[in-house]
Each structure stands twice: as structure tokens, then as C-alpha cells.
Design a protein around this ligand. Structure first.
Ligand code: PMT
Length: 398
């Protein structure tokens, strides 16, 4: 099941380091190539020779070595990896990674990596529950890293509490799950929209909304990571352009519709996270509008095209996923939209709640299909929500 996968196993200095030997053994048994990177404190608990004998690979411990080959070690390691597992992950490596500190081989490898990273923490419960470590773990999750929560039990220090490394079985299962789904959208083509459209009033003014694009960009990133050929049609945002996507920049709803129709025929799915303006100025003007004598100004608006509704009308085999941004009757309104727009799934979010929805890094959603609620997703980062939405897309595509 792990045949052909290269897993970097980062081992940091905890008494649980001896369990990393079992993890390596199990991953190799399932067909993986395991390359171990140890921190200097980890080598006090288990010797590099143990891992070298088991993995039949050299064990990396030093950032600077005399006889390094042509490639820089921390870069080449992450380039070769399909996934990186840090187990056990101490408070030190967690807090360092969350703050971008790169002062040894493991932390530098983590900073340079652009593959999925999984942390399995193990430490004293006071260290684990400390505000600093908890904040760092939340940050790592927000970066899109996965954390396999430690369990309750007797700790090496003799105390009882949370902080024991998760079971080896659990860790190996997570690795199998993450590597299996990694490219589960290979050969699929998906179009995503993001951001708030700008409807021009005159050359200097426009009507728009609070969409930052974060939700749509997180979905585009997740799709790319999982092998999909991804087109991102984006209204203006302040976000960096995601890597490896076909990026189309648009301004208003009509532009977005025009670009969407270019790609729709050949795609397998569309996910519309964009906040498309329902109305646009009826008569945009080419010169800046001046104040008049009365000091009043009224703007006549006309309806914009409902892009996803039109796609729902013309679709053949494509899977259509829309969002419902609601401030009241969340589920009821989402149900109406999935029917009216002929969607396969709708992601309902309550944009009146503080700290989720527009502009925030977090969201809380309910996923529905035409039969009803598929999944309620509690507040979590948009990256995590993107992963769940893409999981659901995969289920529907299969
Ligand atoms: O961008 P962020 O700051 O991260 O915020 C994320 C978000 C709140 C914008 C996102 O989660 C979200 O809810 N996006 C949809 C916003 C919206 O326009 O919702 P709606 O309920 O008005 O529209 C329903 C669906 O129809 C949406 O998929 C929308 O893209 C689509 N639509 C709407 C109007 C229109 N003229 N054409 C459309 O295609």
C-alpha cells in the first residue's frame, strides 16, 4: 500500500523516540522507503545506527557536513519525499516550526518542504497543554499540517495526563490514508472560483463585498496537491497566486462567467466559492462621476448573470458544488439553492457569525446534497475545510 512512497521520518528528542523504530519498521513492511532525520537530542535516546540498519538508508543528523553530495541535504530530502512524518514531535520542534525557526537539519527540512507534513506530538502534559504549544499546534494546522493528537496515560515523567505518542497503528493508518488520497484527483480537471467580484460604477469606483478569496484559494491548493488539473478563476484578492494552477484573473461577474464557459465543457467539476455580485450598475460610465448640486446621487442596478445556475442548466456529467452565504435560515436557504441551481453539493456557511466566513482564516460549514445534510463541519481552518470539501468531491466523482 505504501509501495513507491518515500517517507521522511523526523525523530526529535523524546523518550518516545524508541517507538519511531517501530513506526519505521511498519512503514517499510508496507512497502515505503523510509529516510530518517534525527535531531541531536533524538540521538541521545536512539542511535542513528538502529535506524540505518532497519531502513538500509543513511540517517541524516547534521545540517552542515564536510562530505555533502552535490545537492543541499535539507532541500534534497524534502524534494524526494512524498510525505514527512515527525514522530515523536517534541514541544521544541512544534514551537520552532510554527514560528519558522530553522536552526538544525530537521527544522530546516520542514521549512523547505512543499509536501504534506504530519506531526505526532509526545511530551509532558504541562508542556503539551501550555499556551505556547497549543497556539503553535493551531498555527501548524492553519498552515495545513496534520496533527495526530497524543493520547492520555502514564507519561515517562511518572505523571498521568495527555501527551503520550499516539498508537503506532494509528500513526501508520494516517500515513496510509494521507498518501493514498494524495493524488486521488489525478487526471481530473476542476475549475474553482474565488474572491468578490467588482462591479464598476465609474473608472474609480466599484461595488464589491468582503470576500478575501481565502476559501477558494485553499480549495484550489488542496485540489492541486491531490493531483487535479486546477483552473482558478479569481476576482481581485490580496493573496499570492497558488502554485501549479491555471490562474485566470477577472474583475466582474460577466468576466467570470465568460471565463468559466471557456473551461466548463472539458472539466469534471466546478467549485464556486466566489462571492459573485448579484447586481451591477445598469449604466457604467466612462468618466468619473462628479458631485451634483443637490449632493444626492442614486445608482440604478440591474441583475448580474447567475453563473452557477446557468451551469446547472447546461451541465452534462460535471459535478457542481456551490456555496450558500447566509445570514439567516442557513439550512433552509441552502436547500432552496441546491434545487434552484441544480447543484450536486452545497457548502452552507453562516456569514453573520463572528470569526468565520468572510475574510477570516476559519470557517464552519454544513455540506448538503439534494437529499439533505451530508456533514456538519465545526469551526476549523479554511485549509482543513478545503480538504473535507475535496474529500466529498472525490466521493461524488467516484
Ligand atoms: O473569500 P473568503 O473571505 O474566504 O470568504 C469565503 C466566502 C464566505 C465568500 C465563501 O465561503 C462563500 O460563501 N462563497 C459564496 C458566496 C456567495 O455568493 O453566496 P450566495 O449564497 O450569494 O451564492 C450561492 C452560489 O451561487 C455561490 O456558489 C456563488 O458563487 C454562486 N453565484 C452567486 C451569484 C451569482 N450571480 N452567480 C453565482 O454563480
Amino acid at each position: 500500500m505504501l509501495k513507491g512512497k518515500t517517507i521522511i521520518l523526523g525523530v526529535s528528542g523524546s523518550i518516545a523516540a524508541y517507538k519511531a523504530v517501530d513506526i519505521a519498521r511498519r512503514l517499510i513492511r508496507d512497502g515505503a522507503t523510509v529516510k530518517v532525520v534525527m535531531t541531536s537530542s533524538a540521538t541521545k535516546f536512539v542511535t542513528p545506527l538502529t535506524f540505518r540498519t532497519l531502513t538500509k538508508q543513511s540517517v541524516a543528523t547534521e545540517l552542515f557536513t564536510e562530505n555533502s553530495k552535490s545537492k543541499i541535504c535539507h532541500i534534497s530530502l524534502s524534494d524526494e519525499a512524498d510525505i514527512i512524518l515527525v514522530a515523536p514531535a517534541t514541544a521544541n520542534i512544534i514551537n520552532k516550526t510554527a514560528n519558522g525557526v530553522a536552526d538544525d537539519l530537521l527544522s530546516t527540512t520542514l521549512l523547505a518542504a512543499d509536501v504534506p507534513i504530519i506531526f505526532a506530538p509526545a511530551m509532558n502534559s504541562k508542556m503539551y497543554l501550555s499556551e505556547a504549544t497549543q497556539k503553535s499546534l493551531n498555527r501548524l494546522k492553519a498552515f495545513g499540517f496534520r496533527v495526530i493528537e497524543p493520547t492520555l496515560g502514564e507519561l515517562a515523567c511518572g505523571e498521568e495526563g495527555v501527551g503520550r505518542l499516539a498508537e503506532v497503528d494509528t500513526i501508520v493508518e494516517v500515513i496510509k490514508f494521507e498518501t493514498a488520497k494524495e493524488k486521488d484527483l489525478k487526471n481530473r480537471s476542476v475549475v474553482v472560483t474565488a474572491g468578490g467580484t467588482r462591479e464598476e460604477i465609474d473608472p474609480v469606483r466599484y461595488i464589491s463585498n468582503r470576500s478575501s478569496g481565502k476559501m477558494g484559494y485553499a480549495i484550489a491548493n488542496e485540489l492541486t496537491k491531490r493531483g487535479a488539473k486546477t483552473t482558478l478563476i479569481s476576482a481581485p484578492t490580496y493573496l499570492p497566486t497558488p502554485q501549479n494552477v491555471n490562474f485566470i484573473s477577472v474583475s466582474n461577474a460577466s468576466d467570470m462567467q465568460r471565463e468559466m464557459l471557456q473551461y466548463f465543457d472539458k472539466c469534471d467539476a466546478v467549485i464556486m466559492a466566489a462571492a459573485v455580485a448579484d447586481f451591477t450598475p445598469a449604466e457604467p460610465v466612462s468618466k468619473k462621476i462628479k458631485r451634483n448640486k443637490t449632493g444626492n446621487f442614486s445608482l440604478k442596478l440591474k441583475s448580474n448573470p447567475d453563473i452557477i445556475k446557468e451551469l446547472g442548466r447546461i451541465k452534462k456529467k460535471q459535478i457542481l458544488i456551490g456555496f450558500a452565504a447566509e445570514t439567516e435560515d442557513l439550512i433552509e436557504n441552502a436547500r432552496k439553492k441546491i434545487e434552484e441551481k441544480n447543484l450536486d453539493l452545497i457548502i452552507a456557511n453562516d456569514v453573520s457569525k463572528p470569526e468565520i466566513g468572510f475574510e477570516e482564516d476559519f470557517n464552519e460549514v454544513t455540506i448538503l446534497n439534494k437529499k439533505g445534510i451530508v456533514k456538519k463541519v465545526p469551526r476549523m481552518t479554511k485549509r482543513e475545510i478545503a480538504r473535507i470539501i475535496v474529500d466529498k468531491l472525490v466521493d461524488v466523482l467516484d
